[in-house]
Structures are given as C-alpha cells and as structure tokens.
Design a protein around this ligand. Structure first.
Ligand code: ATP
Ligand code: MG
Length: 324
C-alpha cells in the first residue's frame, strides 16, 4: 500500500507584472494632436496611472533630468533646432514648480524662461503675437513661455472687457474673433515649426478642489503668502468659464506640429514626471548630434595639438639646459 503523505492543497499565486511606462508612453497618453473630438472631461486631473508610478517616480524623474541635460547640450552644440515649451494653467496648478524641477539639470546658457502677465500699454499697441515673437528661442536653445499668446483665447475670452482695451478697429471685432485667433495661432505655429522651432504645449490640468487646498496652504504658511494674490480667488469664481475656454482652445489648436499635452496636475510629483517625459521624448526624437569636424578643421586641430605639445617640450628643455 502506498503510504505517501496526501498532496498539499495547491496554492494559487498570481503575479501581476505592471510594466513601467516609457517616456514615449507617457508623452503619448497626454498628447492631443487631433482636437476635433477633444473633451476635457476625458482627462482626469488625478489620473490613476499616477498612483501606480509613485514608488518609481523619483528615479524616473532623476533619469529624465539627466537625459534632458545631455540632450540640451547636444541641441545647443548642433545649433539647428530650437524648442518652445508653452505652459498654461489656472493659478496654483504648479507651472513655476514644474519648470524649476524639470529644467534643474539644464545649462542656463541655453535655456530662457519668459513669463507673460497682463500686457503693458506698449504691448497693447501691437498685434497680439508681437510681445512673444520677440522672445522666441534662438537656434539650439530651449525657450519656455510661462503663459503665452494663448491668454488671448483664455483670459481675454473669459473677461471680454480686456478685449475692449485692445484698441482693435471695431470692424475687426466680430463674433468670429475666437475662431480667427485660433486660425492665426495655428498658421503662426505652422510657420515657426517650418523654421525649426519645435513647439510643445502643456495645459496643467488641476481640479477646482485641489486649487482650493493649495490656496489654503498658501494662506496658512507665512513663506507662501507672497505667492497668494486675492485676484486669484476672483479668477477662481470663473473656473467653469476658464475650463470651457481651455477646452475650446485645445480643440482648435491641437495640431501635429504643435500638440497640446493635458497633464494631470493634482499630484505635483506626477505633473513633473509627465512634463519631463514629454520634453525628453520630443528632443530624443530629433536625435541631436555634436557637429563633427570636417577634414580642414581636423587638420587645424592637429596643428594646434602639436604646437601645445611643443610648448611643454620647450619649457622642459629650458629647465634642464645648463646655466651659463
Ligand atoms: P503666479 O501666480 O504663480 O505668480 P501667474 O502666471 O499666475 O503666476 P500672475 O502675475 O499671477 O502670474 O498673473 C498673470 C496674469 O496676467 C494672469 O491672470 C493672466 O491671465 C494675465 N495675462 C497674461 N496674458 C494676458 C493677456 N494677453 N491679456 C490679459 N491678461 C493677461
Ligand atoms: Mg497668478
């Protein structure tokens, strides 16, 4: 008789392998290239993908910052493409912190940040693309617009008294004005892209509740008071109108050559990671290379090398020569 012990009951172990998304995956998830079907409601400001990445986020962001540092050096040395990063958001969505963290490894010599506030009277006396055009990044540089000409279809649309102050000839201010501005922006961005300016646009999508909590934090902490302006609360009262204006703007200005990215902004660590992913993915796709010296330059470099080596020999020879 077989006295083998009874078999142990089988335990079923399920191992679920969650693949960490690549930067290209992250960039693709939040990119809007065809605005026709865009609905802001389809994008969750606290996207759950964020939750599953939390433990790896610090390492991923450090990796992104290091890659960006290397890519920017190549971009600068190559001196062909430039990158224009446009940030738009409601107050307290984290534009400033995101720019600070994501660009922390970048050589300041090849990167400029410009913030656009309510226009001056000189700026109002020009076409609406004038003030930003003067600050576009030069070749090899990364330019960051902290707010931009998109305010012209956002705050100006929500507060139409601002439009009245723009001194436009009345015949040009019709019910078509927003559609015309979208057309003009698309044509302008098309032109810039054909000049080698690669445009990526970010809407940091924060929820109204998270904005409320961040405002309260700014009021509670003395060293955050400077960040708080009572006017921000005034704008908050128009939150729904802003969301409508953002949706319409993104619908009409999402193009292959200048896509929007709707970035969940309720968790700061995730916003930073997703923005870094988009920038790294964009510059990597350009594959910037250090310029290679041609035969003439190489021959010149050899000559210089020989001359520098000869300098050392001459110094040594002088030091060892018998004194007269
Ligand atoms: P932060 O609040 O973090 O300092 P911010 O970008 O909100 O950053 P603010 O000085 O608070 O800076 O606000 C700038 C204001 O200028 C925003 O309310 C914005 O809507 C407004 N603004 C920007 N461009 C225009 C424009 N073309 N016309 C009218 N208002 C504009
Ligand atoms: Mg503000």
């Amino acid at each position: 008789m077989d006295l083998a012990p009874p078999a142990k009951p089988l335990t079923c172990i399920t191992i679920s392998i969650v693949k960490t998304p690549t930067f290209a995956d992250l960039a693709a998830r939040y990119r809007v290239t065809n605005g026709a079907r865009f609905q802001l409601a389809d994008f969750n400001p606290a996207d759950p993908w964020g939750g599953s990445l939390k433990s790896a986020a610090d390492d991923l962001l450090s990796d992104g910052i290091a890659r960006l540092s290397d890519l920017q050096e190549r971009l600068y040395a190559q001196d062909r493409w430039s990158i224009l990063l446009i940030f738009q958001a409601m107050d307290a969505a984290g534009k400033d912190g995101t720019i600070k963290h994501v660009m922390s490894g970048v050589n300041p010599q090849g990167c400029e940040v410009h913030s656009f506030k309510a226009p001056s009277s000189e700026e109002l006396d020009h076409d609406f693309l004038w003030r930003t055009s003067r600050l576009l990044p030069r070749r090899g540089h990364i330019g960051i617009f902290n707010r931009s000409y998109y305010e012209e279809t956002l705050v100006v649309r929500v507060h139409q008294n601002i439009l009245a102050r723009q001194q436009l000839p009345p015949a040009l201010v019709t019910k078509n004005i927003w559609r015309e501005r979208f057309e003009d922006i698309n044509a302008y961005e098309r032109y810039l892209s054909r000049q080698g300016i690669v445009i990526r646009k970010f809407f940091l999508h924060v929820s109204k509740e998270e904005q409320r909590l961040r405002f309260l934090k700014r009021l509670d902490e003395a060293d955050k008071h400077w960040k708080f302006s009572p006017a921000d609360v005034g704008e908050r009262a128009h939150f729904a109108e802003y969301m409508h204006a953002y949706q319409d703007t993104i619908r009409h200005t999402s193009t292959e050559w200048a896509p929007w990215h709707v970035i969940p902004a309720d968790r700061k660590w995730f916003t930073r990671l997703a923005v870094a992913a988009v920038i790294v993915d964009t510059i990597e796709s350009l594959d910037p290379q250090y310029p290679e010296a041609g035969p003439k330059v190489k021959a010149e470099l050899q000559k210089v090398r020989a001359a520098l080596a000869a300098e050392v020999k001459a110094v040594k020879a002088k030091a060892t020569a018998p004194k007269k």
